[in-house]
Design a protein around this ligand. Structure first.
Ligand code: BJW
Length: 251
């Protein structure tokens, strides 16, 4: 049963001219993509994702980190957008200015039809050179040494997924566009994120500081819950379609 949606929240959303949605792994959970801090399954159960998503881990054991990403890519390749992704794509059509800021690397928002998407942590389906950081198109890689990752066709170093690891800077254009949108919006929806990883986790606080109404959509309490104006407890795949319907079918 989806969370109760307060009527004043519906009125606010209906009148808002600029809305930001910040999403995290939870929105893709109902598509079968495990959240980042979920227990890993099978072979990977013995590894902590926070220990694998670093340049130091890749340097130490490129084959191990590459294989982990190959496993996750196979999950993403089988996944399809769920009603939560689709509700956000539809909301973009209703709100005059709608910015979707995602920490997810799975590309499911664009697949669902969202257009104004800022990917803060990159995209798992792209590769780049470990040393030069040039993005290498699929098919242009040089073969690796058997078990290891493929090689850069220009310099011969390893390729790595084009995602943001701990200790690395977020893509500058995406981060500054996200901050601008957050500073200007009237409402921020914070969906399916634990709110533990910065700078993404600071965005809802920045929105609140600038006077936007903040709403969390998550079945669990998070590090951000206490700062939110409204909390809708429930899975995004149920709460978002309910919010969309309540806001735009009774006008
Ligand atoms: C549902 C649901 C359903 C379940 N519906 N919900 C300030 C303070 C402290 C530390 C720092 C700070 N600033 C920077 C740092 C350091 C660090 C950091 O934040 N560390 C913390 C862990 C302490 N940050 C960084 O290192 C960042 N870089 C940086 O700051 O660089 C500075 C710099 C500047 C200039 C030069 C050089 C450096 C980079 C962070 C990169 C994060 N990367 C990852 C991996 C991406 C690639 C990959 O996927 O492998 O991004 S880590 C991981 O966490 C991934 C995620 O995008 C990110 C956030 O996770 P998310 O999405 O919140 O997922 P979960 O699993 O945590 O939560 C899921 C939620 O869903 C839960 O709440 C569930 O309840 C919920 N849920 N089902 C709705 N159906």
């Amino acid at each position: 049963m989806p969370a109760h949606i307060p009527p004043e929240l519906i009125t606010y959303l209906r009148r808002a001219t600029h809305v930001v949605a910040l999403t995290g792994a939870g929105i893709s959970a109902e598509s079968g993509v495990p959240t980042f801090r979920d227990a890993q399954s099978g072979l990977w159960a013995q590894y902590d994702p926070q220990e694998l998503a670093t340049a130091a881990a890749f340097r130490r054991n490129p084959a191990l980190v590459w294989d982990w990403y190959e496993w996750r890519r196979s999950l993403v390749a089988q996944a399809a957008p769920n009603p939560g992704h689709r509700a956000l794509a539809e909301m973009e059509q209703k709100v005059p200015h709608f910015t979707l800021v995602t920490q997810n690397v799975d590309g499911l928002h664009r697949q669902a039809g969202s257009r104004n998407v800022l990917e803060l942590h990159g995209n798992i389906m792209r590769n780049k050179c470990f040393s030069e950081e040039t993005v290498i198109a699929a098919g242009d890689e040089e073969p690796g040494d058997g078990a290891g990752p493929p090689r850069c066709p220009h310099c011969g170093d390893y390729l790595r997924p084009d995602v943001v690891w701990f200790g690395e800077a977020l893509p500058e254009g995406e981060l500054s566009a996200a901050m601008r949108a957050v500073e200007e919006c009237q409402m921020l929806l914070c969906i399916g994120t634990s709110g533990l990883v910065h700078p993404a986790a600071s965005l809802p606080l920045l929105a609140a500081e600038r006077g936007a109404l903040t709403v969390e959509i998550n079945p669990q309490v998070t590090a951000l819950s206490q700062w939110m104006d409204y909390v809708l407890r429930g899975p995004a795949g149920e709460v978002l379609p309910a919010l969309l319907k309540a806001t735009w079918t009774s006008e």
